[in-house]
Design a protein around this ligand. Structure first.
Ligand SMILES: Cc1ncc(COP(=O)(O)O)c(C=O)c1O
Length: 387
């Protein structure tokens, strides 16, 4: 008798987790596998959380987020995008990961197809599967100067069962930033076909080309459209360990979002939310300096890996990953395991980012430039002989 749902029994670690398993604590490994830098969260943000703890902010609070954080989010998003957001649309359930899950809970039912603009962050595929939905990849095309979304191919992938589209911009792993025109076109298509949209904008402040912040669906979607804009503190303010993010949901879902937040987490950890307020109100200098570091590192990666005769690498416009294709390499997991063993560099295997990525690896270039240089020097001989 099948008691556990088969889709759950089939779950395996991603091609990030599989490489990293067992080597996380090895001090000789330079970790480029996860999506974070080696910078601790800025002190003024930590201080705000410590103060909240010292003041006894250790109780349950609103499941959709504390009042100060939701007010600060409204002020931040209004300022950033020149909008007037209804603060009731903001929910802080915990991490952005949980925000994507809740958006999936709102949009995806058994048998529903969900278009995933790929290459994508692997967790999102599992969200669709947990909900009993069917992930359908639509891969970006890798042009010489930038990645591009082929709308004809996207339309061709739609069926009567298609329920929603997930898109992440700036993108993990490609660094693609969707232009405002591309966003308008996608939103238009969703409107025409009655599709929901999950817009994952967690890298909105990690921008090297064009406007900071990256264009957002918050600027163009109406307040009651089935659009969920997910964002968080991890990537902009070096707060990955805090597990703090937010969702802007359709206006009519205020109560349902409260219920979903209740049952998933009963809201984000309360004292961390005070760190979130500090980040939003005083974090611009950090955002700028972190972007400058990542931009310099991006340039370093382009000058080294990007020029390698066996590598094809489109310059990332945002986020903080490079997603090179290595000619002649056909097993990304095996390559990453070799990189770990022989070069002591932690990479993420390309296959895990959707179909068609078996010759790619992902590396996060947000760490200190000197360490990144060492990692690249260690990797180049492996790429010379890549098989
Ligand atoms: C595209 C994307 N969305 C969401 C997340 C989750 O972020 P958080 O740490 O806030 O859960 C990540 C983390 O790597 C990501 O790359």
């Amino acid at each position: 008798m099948q008691t556990i749902r088969p889709e759950i029994e089939e779950f395996e670690l991603s091609g990030i987790g599989k490489v990293a398993a067992g080597a996380l604590d090895d001090p000789d490994v330079i970790p480029l596998w996860f999506g974070e830098s080696d910078l601790p969260t800025p002190k003024f943000i930590r201080d705000a959380a410590v103060q909240a703890l010292d003041e006894g902010k250790t109780f349950y609070s609103y499941a959709r987020g504390t009042m100060p954080l939701r007010a600060a989010l409204k002020a931040y998003l209004d300022r950033l995008y020149g909008i007037d957001l209804d603060p009731d649309r903001v929910t802080v359930p915990g991490s952005s990961m949980l925000g994507v899950m809740i958006a999936g809970e709102c949009l995806v039912g058994p048998g529903d197809e969900v278009i995933l603009v790929s290459p994508y962050w692997p967790n999102v595929r599992q969200v669709v599967r947990i909900m009993g939905g069917v992930p359908v990849d639509v891969r970006l095309d890798e042009g010489n100067d930038r990645w591009r979304l082929d709308f004809d191919r996207l339309e061709a992938a739609l069926t009567p069962r298609t329920k929603a589209v997930y898109v992440n911009s700036p993108s993990n792993p490609t660094g693609w930033i969707m232009t405002a025109d591309e966003q308008r076109r996608l939103l238009g298509l969703c409107r025409e076909r009655g599709l929901g949209l999950i817009a994952d904008e967690v890298y909105h402040r990690n921008v090297f080309a064009g406007r900071d912040p990256a264009p957002s669906f918050l600027e163009i979607a109406g307040p009651d459209e089935p659009v969920f804009v997910v964002n968080g503190f991890s990537k902009g303010w070096a707060m990955t360990g805090w597990r703090l993010g937010w969702v802007v949901a359709p206006a009519r879902l205020v109560e349902p979002m409260e219920v979903l937040s209740q049952v998933n987490s009963t809201g984000a950890n309360v004292f961390t939310q005070y760190g979130g307020v500090a980040a939003l109100e005083g974090g611009e200098d950090f955002v700028r300096s972190f972007t400058a570091r990542c931009r310099a590192n991006r340039d370093l990666v382009m000058e080294t890996l990007g020029r390698h005769p066996r590598v094809r690498l489109t310059a990332p416009e945002g986020a903080f990953y490079a997603f090179p294709r290595i000619e002649g390499m056909t097993d990304s997991l095996a390559f990453c395991r070799r990189a770990l063993k022989e070069a002591k560099v932690g990479l993420a295997a390309g296959y895990t980012f959707g179909d068609g990525n078996e010759s790619h690896v992902r590396l996060c270039f947000a760490i200190a430039t000197e360490r990144l240089k060492v990692a690249l020097d260690r990797l180049l001989p492996l790429i010379d002989g890549a098989v």
